[in-house]
Every structure is written in C-alpha cells, then in structure tokens.
Design a protein around this ligand. Structure first.
Ligand SMILES: [Zn+2]
Length: 382
C-alpha cells in the first residue's frame, strides 16, 4: 500500500486516481483546465478536489502545511471557490456568477480554482451555459467538477473534462484514516467504517458521535421488531421522527448562526424589529434553510434504508453460510436471530421492499407514505 502524504493524506484508497492529479502538478504539460472527479457518495470526491486545489496553489506541490495548503483544504482560500449546493439543483444564476469568476485572474494564488461539488445537480440549460466557459477557459483557471459517475453529467461537459474515477475505499483504509486523523480507537474505527460501508463522512460521524451510533442501532432494531400492521405503521412514524431529529441536530446550530450573520450584515440589532425593506432577505434565508432541512431529512432516510439493506444483506450472508465479513459486526446476535427465524426468500423480499422505498423517496413520494409501505412489506410472512 502506498502511503499518501501532504495534502493527499486523506484521499485514502485512491492512489490510482491521485496519480494523474499529482502528475499534472509535477508536469505543466499534463495539466488540463477541466476535471471531473467521480465516485460513489462518501468516496471522498470533495476531499480529492480540495487536495488537488491545494496542491495547485502550493509552491511545494501540496506540502499540506503552508497557508496555501491549509486554506485550500479548509475551503477558505481566496482563489479556490467551493460550490456545495444543498438544493436539489444548481441555479443558472449561480453558474453565471461562477463563469464571471472564472474569467478573472487569481487574486494571490497561482490558479483560479472552481470546485463544483454536485455537478450532477444541473439542468441541461445550465450545463450549456457552463460548457462555454469550460471550452475556452482563461489560462489560469481550473474547473473541478464532482459527480457520482460520468453519466450523471451532460455528455457535452464530460467529453471536455479529464475524468478521475474514485472507488469505494476498503473499510480498513477508512478505519486507518479515522485512527490517524480523528484519534478513534482501532476497534471502534473499524466497526464504524464497516457499518458506514466505507462512506468516510458517515463513518467519522458514527465514530465521533455516540448518539449517531444509537440512532443507527435504533433504525436496525425497528425493522426486526415488526410483527403486525400496527408495528409497521408505528415503525414508519418512528423512522421519520428519527430523521427529523437528525436533520434538526445537523442544521439548527448552523441556521441560527446564519441568521445572526445576516442580521449583522443588514445592520439590524439583536431583538430589534426588521424593517419591511429587509424582510425579503430574511425570508429568502429562511426558505433556503427549509429546503436544506428537507434535503437533509431525505438524505437521512435514504441512509437509514441503506443501513437496513446492509442488515438484510448480512442476514442473507448468514442464511447462505457465506464466509464474508458482516457489515454490521456490532449487531451479530440480532442478525443470527433473524437469519434463524426467516427464510432466504423472505430476506430477498425485504431487500426488494427497501429498494422500492428508496426509489419512491428519490421520486419525491411523501416520506411517511413510502416508509409505511416499506415497513408493511418487512413484516414476517407466516
Ligand atoms: Zn503547501
């Protein structure tokens, strides 16, 4: 295994993808002005993009220690713009602003870098606007687009980008990162890396937050405790409640801080009435925050269903007697119990039900409805 150092230290398990990026830093003739970094959620797309941005700005090619490196990694470098949308789509007006920015020369750094974390969240019309800038970029501008797969980005865009495919890192790689960077004990690090199925962000959250681990355990317990229709309906409501609590915990503090910052910008003193002329801006912020909370809640539910899928896959592993490491090692007893009292066909039916629920949620079906249908399907058939 190659140990990555400097700004690349956190791109675990991605040595194959990092190679071309480093080559472009070392040899200017290998440089391209548009890159598309692809990989499944949690594989570290945004990490890799920031590391590359830092390496571009750093005089030593990405030492990881200088001001250029640390600010680029933190997303605060003046010449590294990071667009992380929490909305469903990136607005055309946002992309127009980026294009204007792309035309300007870097203020202090060596490059003007623009990172678009969810390049797949762009309507075709918006992509076309972006295309022109990617086709003829100013000499010091670099676009770094991130998406789950090349197919998620308009073909016109991706054909002009160099594609850097990340893969899902091994749980062992993620665990090592949690140990070295976050100081997590080895056993817990590996348990969380497996439970998160190598999603780096989720693994870190589980490892650092006992409540997050408790919520996950609660989700896994919900499904297996269902006996009848009543249980199923209650379980669905509980799951939505857990998602609400999670969304609240994740957004509340940030929402309040944003409001304070906006009030200061507008020159409104704490507790004072907001002048009617300024109310529109406050309303806009509140709407953005509401949208963000909605998306977060859907992400939490999607993650919960993914967790349940991992549980039933573990049950299937136990039922077929395969010698594969379980994802949910901490719930071993639970899994064996479920494997013993159901048949493989039941497990497969449950996996189908979970897959359908995910599709429904993605298709904007009301969460409670999608989950009730799912929970009813998870009931044991006798
Ligand atoms: Zn540096």
């Amino acid at each position: 295994m190659t140990t990555l150092t400097g700004v690349w230290a956190e791109t675990v398990g991605q040595a194959h993808a990092v190679g071309p990026l480093r080559a472009a830093i070392d040899d200017p003739s290998a440089m391209t002005h548009a890159w598309l970094i692809t990989g499944p959620p949690g594989s570290g797309r945004s990490n890799a993009a920031r590391a590359f941005a830092a390496a571009l700005q750093c005089e030593r090619g990405g030492c990881g220690e200088c001001r250029e490196c640390t600010t680029a990694l933190a997303g605060t470098h003046a010449d590294v713009k990071v667009v992380a949308t929490e909305k469903v789509t990136i607005a055309i007006s946002e992309v127009r602003e980026l294009i204007t920015l792309a035309q300007s020369t870097p203020s202090q750094g060596r490059w003007r870098v623009i990172i678009v974390e969810d390049a797949d969240r762009m309507a075709e019309r918006t992509s076309n606007v972006l295309l022109k800038s990617i086709e003829e970029p100013p000499p010091r501008t670099v676009w770094l687009l991130c998406a789950p797969s090349p197919q998620d980005v308009a073909v016109t865009i991706r054909s002009r980008c160099r594609i850097v495919p990340l893969r899902t890192p091994d749980p062992e790689d993620v665990a090592r990162l949690l140990e070295t960077r976050d100081g997590i004990a080895p056993d817990l690090a590996l348990e969380c890396a497996r439970a998160a199925q190598s999603h780096i962000g989720v693994a870190r959250r589980l490892a650092r937050d006992p409540e997050a681990r408790a919520r996950r355990a609660q989700v896994l317990a919900l499904a297996t405790e269902i006996r009848g229709v009543g249980d199923a309906i209650l379980a669905a409501a509980d799951l939505v409640e857990v998602a609400d609590a999670d969304a609240k915990a994740a957004t509340e503090e940030r929402d309040a801080a944003e409001k304070v910052a906006l009030m200061q910008t507008l020159g409104v003193e704490e507790g004072a009435r907001v002048a009617p002329a300024l109310r529109a801006q406050l309303r806009q912020l509140e709407e953005d925050q509401k949208r963000r909370a909605t998306r977060h809640k859907r992400d939490v539910l999607d993650r919960a269903i993914t967790d349940l899928m991992s549980l039933y896959r573990d049950v299937a592993v136990a039922q077929t007697g395969a010698t594969v490491t379980l994802v949910n090692t901490a719930h071993d007893g639970h899994i064996r119990d479920l494997a013993a009292r159901t048949a493989l066909a039941d497990t497969m039916r449950c996996l189908d039900a979970l897959g359908t629920a995910r599709e429904r949620l993605a298709g904007n079906v009301a969460p409670l409805l999608a989950l009730e249908a799912m929970m009813l399907d998870l009931r044991p058939r006798g």
